[in-house]
Write a protein that binds this ligand. Structure first.
Ligand SMILES: [Zn+2]
Length: 391
């Protein structure tokens, strides 16, 4: 075992103060908003004409949300209320830049150029009213914007493939010519924003100063888009380390979102960032075993332990342009909310920043007033949680 592994194992034995809550709390965290995929039917046909056989997985039909998709989601959210009179709120993790295909094609796609989301969508893309729809949902309190990244993929990994100019570069250019950035499962070597998939295991996370620069740029792009600073962040592919968290803290991030797999209590790290763990998998578009009942069971397991039910639902589930993923998702979401509301008369819907306020001071403020929840602290170790899980 190398030194780093021993050090990590040591960290797993460190005690943390986990927060437990005496009311059922529900948060929704949703990744990949603003990131363009397949443009539309014409984009799909263009890729097929270039020899790609699409349709093996749902992500072959990942497109980009439309203003109508957002209106339909907003309508479901606004029909539900918690015990404080508040609507459920979807935390949307945004990708703040897309590829600037127009600029890149003038250079024969030899390098990457980014187009900030605040400046619009790439050439060939049309989503009338989309930005206004994001902002309306935020103003109505049914969407809460948070930071995902600038590109989602690891820029240095893509640049390496371009300079090698082999099969991988050809595949990338086929996608780019059709106005699609990438389809990750077909090219996992593009990695994740702060994580270079093909480096040696201990070198995959980008250097601290590279991460800090990227995060600074992303925070700037977020501020331009939403006229506010991000307070919650989720690393693309959940690939984050101490360097990511330190840079987030330096840029005012207070909440770090982590993926599913551990029923870990909410707790602060050494950078005073509050860590949240997703506990309910709500992915009807990609999960063949998805069911409303299973989601409700996962939520109840959280409530029994005094943990918030944190729902993971990626943006693809709300897309409708090339495949209608949206209808089934909204139907199921409506059922989940209805079941939770009728079973728990003290139910609360929150977003990440509310939970931060709650963990820090025992209450949080909404437009409807101040909400009090009894918060208790209990010590736990990550090693202990892993033992529980493996039992
Ligand atoms: Zn993502």
């Amino acid at each position: 075992m190398n030194v780093r592994k021993i050090w990590r194992r040591g960290l797993d034995l460190l005690p943390h103060h986990g927060f437990h809550f005496d009311r059922p709390l529900v948060l929704i965290q949703s990744d990949d908003w603003g990131r363009v995929g397949l443009r539309d039917e014409a984009g799909l046909e263009q890729l097929r004409a270039s020899g790609l056989v699409l349709g093996d997985r749902a992500y072959d039909f990942y497109t980009l949300e439309t203003a109508e998709d957002l209106a339909a989601l907003s309508s479901v959210l606004s029909h539900h209320r918690d015990s404080s009179g508040r609507n459920p709120c979807v935390g949307m993790n945004f990708i703040l830049s897309n590829l600037d295909f127009a600029k890149m094609s003038s250079d024969a796609f030899r390098e990457i150029h980014l187009l900030p989301l605040a400046e619009g969508l790439p050439q060939g893309w049309s989503r009338p009213g989309l930005v206004a729809a994001y902002r309306q949902g935020i103003a109505d309190g049914v969407f809460y914007p948070a930071m995902h990244g600038s590109t989602h993929f690891c820029q240095s990994a893509v640049e390496r493939s371009l300079s090698e100019n082999g099969e991988r570069a050809a595949l990338l250019r086929t996608f780019w010519q059709a106005g699609t950035s990438y389809i990750h499962w077909r090219m996992p070597w593009i990695g994740y924003e702060y994580w270079d998939a093909e480096k040696a295991e201990d070198e995959r996370m980008l250097a601290a100063d590279t991460q800090r620069t990227l995060i600074g740029q992303t925070v700037g792009a977020f501020a331009k888009m939403f006229s506010t600073l991000p307070r919650s962040a989720c690393a693309p592919g959940y690939r984050a380390n101490d360097d990511t968290q330190r840079a987030w803290a330096q840029h005012g991030i207070r909440v770090a979102q982590n993926g599913t797999g551990m029923l870990a209590p909410v707790h602060f790290d050494r950078f005073e960032i509050l860590h949240l763990f997703r506990t309910v998998e709500f992915e009807p578009a990609t999960d063949a075993s998805f069911s409303v009942e299973q989601c409700l069971r996962q939520a109840e397991a959280c409530f029994e332990r005094g943990l918030p039910a944190i729902v993971s639902v990626h943006s693809i589930n709300f897309h409708s342009t090339v495949r209608d993923f949206r209808s089934r998702t909204l139907q199921a979401l409506d059922e989940v909310f209805g079941a939770l509301e009728s079973k728990h008369e003290d139910l609360l819907y929150l977003h990440d920043e509310n939970l931060y306020e709650l963990a820090s001071q025992g209450s949080y403020e909404t437009p409807q007033g101040v909400v009090q929840v009894k918060v208790t602290r209990k010590t736990f170790t990550k090693a202990g949680l892993a033992r529980q899980r493996d039992k």
